[in-house]
Design a binder for this molecule. Structure first.
Ligand code: PBG
Length: 347
């Protein structure tokens, strides 16, 4: 006798924890995680690793503490890093009157380059080193590139040229991968060309291709000292809306991803993660490239703060968020909690 159709038992698959794990169709692994690091020179105010509000367990490192932290993280399963150098000196980075290229002293990326080469020496060839390429930590005004003389825009082409030069210096210092987060047009092609012309054909480019103009970058901007300055006349531009993608513009996001893939990006990244998971899902099925997602500082801190208030189980909530990001098609997850991934995924 055939049972009458009407109730289908879905719960049968849920009662046994071993079975629950076995029938999953999304599996996270520590291999997918990339750990961000902030590093700033030692100074009067920066002599030891500094706590970053909201980002429990992540510090603004000193050059020495960076090496110790990376070595300790490797013991916890971390294999891959994303480096943010926060140099001591800031420059005006503003075009001189009447010039389209001259902005004075230029960007000094030596500090970051030195940290890369020391990290490479300390960690050996197998530790993956990606480096953020952007100038928001280098400029007095806090914007990601060179400002126009009037202070009303970030000038595209001169910024792109400087970014490409920085990428080459980072590659020469030993970076496996350069990751431009500035959102200028044409930076991927410019970097690829300059890297190739200098024999760095094997250096990867991970493009922050789909980077939205988001409020979720708050804690990061404290860590990287990179917020666009408000009220600092004569800078007219007070946010990044003229270069980062509008949260309400899907078409722009999609166009940027296709454009950067065509220009030669090896890995495409989307950020923030959870608020933009619809775009990740769509693009990761359409564009056959490795997709990275950045669980940005504000997303990470939201969970940490709720955890501290006793409102949720932080580690489990992080794993749940990461699962969602992987389910939406990300292969690589950049998270401040990467150093805990092995432990948390086992729980
Ligand atoms: C630099 C940059 C930002 C982030 C990564 N690279 C901040 C910004 O664009 O203001 C954000 C990362 C995070 O919030 O964790 N341009």
């Amino acid at each position: 006798m055939v049972k009458e159709i009407g109730t289908v038992n879905q719960r049968r698959l849920r009662f046994n924890p071993t079975l629950r794990r076995m029938v999953r169709d999304v599996h996270l692994s520590v291999d997918q995680f990339m750990q961000p690091y902030f590093v700033a020179p030692v100074s009067e105010t920066h002599k030891a690793p500094a706590v970053i509000p909201g980002l429990t367990g992540t510090y603004r490192e000193t050059p020495d503490s960076l090496l110790k932290q990376a070595a300790a993280d490797r013991e916890q399963g971390v294999k891959s890093s994303l480096i943010f150098g926060v140099p001591a000196a800031k420059i005006p980075a503003r075009l001189k009157a009447g010039s389209r290229t001259d902005f004075g002293s230029g960007f000094d990326v030596e500090f970051t380059a030195q940290q890369i080469s020391k990290l490479r020496q300390e960690m050996g060839p197998d530790f993956f080193i990606a480096v953020d390429v952007c100038f928001c930590s280098h400029t007095e005004h806090g914007h990601c590139g060179v400002l126009s003389c009037k202070g009303d825009e970030v000038v595209n082409d001169v910024t792109v040229q400087e970014l490409a030069k920085a990428a080459l210096i980072y590659a020469q210092a030993g970076a496996d991968c350069v990751a431009p987060s500035d959102m200028m047009d044409g930076r991927i092609a410019a970097m690829r060309n300059l890297l190739d012309a200098n024999g760095y054909e094997k250096t990867l480019i991970m493009s922050y291709a789909v980077k939205f103009h988001s409020k979720f970058y708050g804690p990061f901007r404290l860590a990287a000292d990179s917020a666009p300055k408000t009220g600092a006349e004569p800078v007219i531009l007070h946010d990044r809306a003229t270069y980062q993608i509008d949260p309400a513009n899907r078409h722009d996001a999609i166009a940027c991803a296709y454009r950067d893939a065509a220009e030669g990006a090896d890995i495409l990244m989307l950020k923030p993660g959870l608020p933009y998971i619809d775009i990740l899902q769509k693009l990761s099925t359409e564009i056959q490239k490795p997709w990275a997602v950045y669980e940005v500082s504000g997303e990470y801190a939201a969970i940490e703060l709720m955890n501290q208030q006793g409102l949720m189980n932080g580690p489990a909530a992080h794993v749940e968020s990461w699962t969602a990001l992987a389910r939406a098609g990300a292969q690589i997850i950049i998270s401040y909690g990467s150093r805990y991934a092995r432990k948390w995924l086992e729980q």
